[in-house]
Design a protein around this ligand. Sequence first.
Ligand code: GDP
Length: 212
Amino acid sequence: MININDAKFITSAAGIADSPEFAMSEVAFLGRSNVGKSSLINALTQRKGLAKSSSTPGKTQLVNYFEVKFGQKFSENEKFDEALANLGENFSLMFVDLPGFGYAKVSKKMHYIWQKNLDEFIKNRPNIKLFVHLIDSRQFDLDIDRNLREYVESFLRGDQQILRLYTKADKLNQAGRAKLLKSDPGALFVSTLKGSGVAKARELIIKRAFGL
Ligand code: GDP
């Protein structure tokens, strides 16, 4: 079982130029504004107010760094996971909360500056090992998400992976779920409202970030 020993805000940055280097792997969270990114980061780290909603009016769009310290103990009645066991009892990751895409309440000029900053950041940050792309499960085939996916795939390095997570699964009906699964058969659903899929997502994020 994986525990969160600590999760804390480290710093904010406007782009790559003022981002410190950390001696650990990074997991970058991407998604449209309002997709449920802050809620998921808070659920994954079990810290309620850690990440703040990107749709808060007037809030500056910054890259936020959260250091997450994990701990694990293996009990006898648990299925032994060799990949996770390799990580030892304690390990850390830096969660990188990137500004939500498609945020409407800013001027064109500001929007352009963010895009440029973000583009530079995403492509040039050596420690990013995993991009977690959050997609609203009720609107899974939007152009903005298709573009985001193609964009990340266009520069993905050999030591990097993408994990797609479909949010707000509690709002999805049977038909919607079936339609999504047809388009992405291995789709992973999360609901922070119900708490479903969060532990599974946490485990996958850890495994992929460490290349396991
Ligand atoms: P962000 O802008 O991507 O950081 O999104 P937030 O985490 O702030 O969430 C945006 C809105 O969606 C808020 O009103 C949340 O309460 C709601 N929300 C987030 N996750 C879920 C979920 O799993 N289920 C439901 N029903 N609503 C959610």
